[in-house]
Design a protein around this ligand. Sequence first.
Ligand SMILES: C[S@@+](CC[C@H](N)C(=O)[O-])C[C@H]1O[C@@H](n2cnc3c(N)ncnc32)[C@H](O)[C@@H]1O
Length: 312
Amino acid sequence: MDGSMAVRLQHRVPVLVGASRSASTCSIYASILHFSTKVTNRCFGSRTPRRFILGLGAAFFPQFVGMAGKCGGKSFFASARQQGISSVEQVLTNVEWPEEFPFKEEDFQRFDESPDSLFYETPRFVTHIDDPAIAALTKYYSKVFPPSNTPGVSLLDLCSSWVSHFPAGYKQDRIVGLGMNEEELKRNPVLTEYVVQDLNVNPKLPFEDDSFDVITNVVSVDYLTKPIDVFKEMYRILKPRGLAIMSFSNRCFWTKAISIWTQTGDADHVLIVGSYFHYAGGFEPPQAVDISPNPGRSDPMYIVYSRKASTA
Ligand SMILES: C[S@@+](CC[C@H](N)C(=O)[O-])C[C@H]1O[C@@H](n2cnc3c(N)ncnc32)[C@H](O)[C@@H]1O
């Protein structure tokens, strides 16, 4: 593709924009404008005020997170900062999960409820987070992935595209990509096979039980409208002790992200993804890592990961 085509493509196809931090101050109309990946204005949301999970506002964190009565919402974050720990990393420590999945059907609605196949029918050969964020993710993968070329190891990149951000030269006998756009998946050099499937229509993963060592998902968990079904499937297809790594930033296709995501912030997102692991069942307690490369200067990058428990 020559340079002019690339520019035209970027103008035609919306790419990720910042979603969460200043969601209260922007117009929803911005979401249907076409932005390039170089957009630095992260302000992108609705006119409705940003809410906290469950509409509990400041009461949210104390209710979910066992803080041993030491601190309330603000002091929790302040004390985490003082200790040099990202507050986001603290979110999943000592969570007291409600008995029932706390989200409702409307939390998974999107501004654009048209079929995802329409939204993703044109390939986007762009990256959705900036280079330092990608480098941080790749570095993280290089620490936790099984060594390249390990016999019998299989990986699945869920919601994949033309890039998976795996370490350079990383290879396994089987690396599967599942996503919405065949042109993108065909171009992904790390994949040994791919599947085009709309997980919001059919969350059943077309793979055998206990078949993957690692499942990755990059900046896409926010598009899943049936996340518990998908996470149950992830559990089913992971090998015992298999690792699921969900990563995300603060950008998204606003119109396609679920409502609970667009109306909440980074720490809430960690809790949301953690809850998917928890309520799907069979996973070890999820953990969060903040791998943001230059906080405040480049895209933040968060990981929520868990392993399939060896015995359910
Ligand atoms: C923002 S892009 C991220 C792509 C890639 N993971 C990356 O890091 O560049 C969102 C991806 O989610 C996938 N996706 C979105 N909705 C989906 C759905 N309903 N079912 C399956 N994949 C979906 C799209 O195919 C697209 O590749």
